[in-house]
Design a protein around this ligand. Sequence first.
Ligand code: ADP
Length: 755
Amino acid sequence: MELLSNSHNELTLNPGSIQPHGVLLALSTQLEILQVSSNTQDYLGKQPEELLGQPLSYLIDALDLEAIAQLPTEEIDTLNYLKLSVCTKEGKREFDAFVHRVGDKIILELELTESPAQVNFFNIHALIKRAIAKLKCTNNLIDFLQLAAQQVREITGFDRVMVYQFDHQGAGEVIAEAKTQELSPYLGLHYPATDIPEPARELYRRNSLRLIPRFNAQPAELIATTDDTPLDLSLSVLRSVHPCCVEFHQNMGVAALMVIPLIKNGNLWGLISCHHQTPKYVPYEIRSGCEFLGQIVSSELANKVIQEEVDYKARLESLRSGVVESISQADNLKDALIQPEPRLLGLVGATGAAVCLDGEISLVGTTPDLEDVRSLITWADTQVNDNIFCTDSLPKLYPEAETFKDIASGLLLLRISKLRHYYILWFRPEVIRTVTWAGNPHESIQVHSDGSVTLCPRKSFEQWQEIVRLTSAPWQECEIDSALSLRNAIVGIVLKKAEELAKINQELERSNRELASFAYAASHDLKEPLRGIYNYSVILLEDYASALDEDATEFLQTVISLSIRMEALINGLLRLSQLGQAALQLQAVNLNELLDQVINVFHASRQQHNLELRIPRPLPTIRCDPVLMNEVFSNLITNAFKYNDKAERWVEIGYLDQHWGQGGQGGQGSNFSTVSSPDSHSPITFYVRDNGIGIPPHHHQTIFKLFKRLHTQEKYGGGTGAGLAIAKKIVERHGGQIWVESTPGEGSTFYLTLE
Ligand code: ADP
């Protein structure tokens, strides 16, 4: 790297000297020689003293003078190239001349034209044309730059040609290299930003190409007449090399250097740097060809970089639309997000991710452990701005992360919903991309206590690794955008699904209501014709008995009993549909009193006296609809006695007060807390237990369906099969549940809860 500076900087150059492979003349606007380099004797055969104060015509003839004088004023501020014939001791010699103006002085630099015969415009033009044609065929940035390095090496013959790219902090990385076989590769090496101080970068931005043919050459001092104000040699092609830069390169075994800056959108993007182990002069024609190639590379660079970015964005986009499609099709948001795993990681270029939905965390790839992620979310949520928080140095902000820096020095957290606790976190490891620095990056410059800096060349170029501590690769803007777009999509889909669900619910409620009112109307209207059938059948049987034979009488009796049965069924249906519509009359009900009424009615309607009703302890007072609960208990108690063939029948009514370990329908069977008072918030589980015939397990659910009976009409006193369906509906309308446990032959226990 070349260390240069301007006069405003501490890093002052050796302003009064040039490299000795040419001569420099500073002229007044009248083309009088004011300053010359001390080596004029070597090239022109004239001592500086002989030249100072002379008009330029002393060296060159009128035609060439005219060419200089005619340089347009706007161009003279930049570097201009001319071929000049100069009078020397050996007569007229051809020189490559570089002319530019600084303030009120014209700087004329002369290099002897020493090009070998094959170095001519046509040959160089052909080489450059071929190089450009090849460059056009490359697809990606790295191939493109690799080819550029190869072409520059082919054209110039340097031992090593490298392409450096600067990162956002100014550090350089060798991203392409062409070299002779015996040199060890520098590809992948990083150079600290301090290797090229800002003034030197500024010069690279302004100058197209820099050549240092011989680092160990003795600089030629500038000698002035009376005016000895230092010349600004920023644009000079012969500008001398800072001693520090000389030492830097000599340490690397570099004897000659040529640098072609790569400019993207007006900024110094990188350099093509050419090294040679022995001194190497590059003729102007070749330099100018390389300069041109550098400009082509520079302008194509922007396209290639944009193309890379566009390709990457397209990749992110396609991954994201994959995720979004999965989410919109799947019922399970988590699975849609985390499968396939590489897709979730690729969305933002991460190595690990955590998906947190309703507080439940799923981990993907390389991540901190679950508890670390949980605490991290709590902390990071306080840092979120516009639903996102990202950092490439998490442990510096959140010291707890130091323990998992290898996994998560970089964090990108996306908040989807704070309320629902929906987050996606992505992680990147510490840049144990262990940057391979070329030498100690801190050694190239020294900052003193007073703030001044001195250049201090790095002594060692052995490869060593500096780990960028506690820092991950930075999150790119397009990656952050990708995460935010994902959030918008998820929120959109979830909202849409919620709306759809609400609509379905509304629709369901409406059709439920319609169904209930239909069932009510239908069953209500059916009753009247049914009564007619019944009445007329009875009349026929009673008044026309003499006209009927035995068969007809029997048929009529069947019609009557079927219509009675049908009425019972219709009543059941009617009752069920009424239950769906009427509002609950909730009130505090003392269940002991309620059961007394049930039992009284029960006794009044039953002839048998071998019934034993057991209530082991008083029941609590609960909030319920007394009429409906009366119906539930009546039905359960009636069934308990009906479906019982034991000589001693009993039924027990009570409630549970302990943790109850058996699984019931819907999981109610676990963890019921002690019932201590009627206003306890835990639902109370009541039971009605009998020693009856029992119910086979495969019927434990079906008996609650409407009109479902397990026996023929004749057995166990008949029934419609509506009783348990009605009981279930009543319990559910109270927000509770009902289920049965039973052992055939031993008895059944019906459980019910009320919210
Ligand atoms: P039903 O009017 O037939 O009693 P339910 O809906 O009350 O109608 O009961 C449905 C079926 O469940 C009954 O037909 C009977 O087979 C069975 N069942 C109900 N309770 C019991 C019980 N305590 N013991 C045995 N079987 C029962």
